[in-house]
Design a protein around this ligand. Structure first.
Ligand code: FES
Ligand code: FES
Length: 167
């Protein structure tokens, strides 16, 4: 039995402790916003937050994170209204959408530790892969999300919506 917290809910997984967190989330908890891309730690589609850090959940066994606090894209915000989600929608970052939950989680973790990231900071912190080529708009949107989080941009033309949470 492995115990930790997912999206503020205590969980106990009756799974082999070597089970990757990605599969516990998707198959045992039905949190399918966290995506499988490569399974080798390269693409970032499976990124979640563990104790404040962006982590590739395909590379973490549930047995190794006993007692931690995990946040998935479903738990990032109450109404898909995290500044990153709002900025992504406003900038039309989303193309096919497959990489977006992981991108959002990586961006949100970056903004928690760096309130004013440079383009280089963003590129260095968000190494997730996107087959649709969203990178220029991604950098722009993360920069705007940072300004919104700092209160320098009221985000008046942004809106929250389901696409930012589960696409
Ligand atoms: S599925 Fe985890 S990094 Fe690609
Ligand atoms: S939006 Fe299609 S993979 Fe990134």
């Amino acid at each position: 039995m492995t115990r930790f917290t997912v999206n503020n809910q205590p969980v106990e997984y009756q799974l082999d402790p070597r089970t990757p967190l990605l599969w516990a989330l998707r198959e045992a908890s039905n949190l399918t916003g966290t995506k499988y891309g490569c399974g080798s730690g390269d693409c970032g589609a499976c990124t979640v937050d563990i104790d404040g850090a962006a982590v590739r959940s395909c590379q973490v066994s549930i047995g190794s994170i006993e007692g931690t606090f995990v946040t998935t894209i479903e738990g990032l915000s109450a109404n898909n209204d995290h500044p990153v989600q709002r900025a992504f929608l406003a900038a039309n970052v989303v193309q096919c959408g497959y990489c977006i939950p992981g991108m959002v989680m990586a961006a949100a973790a970056l903004l928690r530790r760096n309130r004013n990231p440079s383009e280089e900071d963003i590129a260095g912190a968000i190494t997730n892969l996107c087959r649709c080529g969203i990178y220029p708009r991604l950098v722009e949107a993360v920069g705007r999300a940072a300004r919104m989080a700092r209160g320098e941009d009221d985000g008046a033309d942004t809106d929250a919506g389901p696409a930012a949470a589960t696409s």
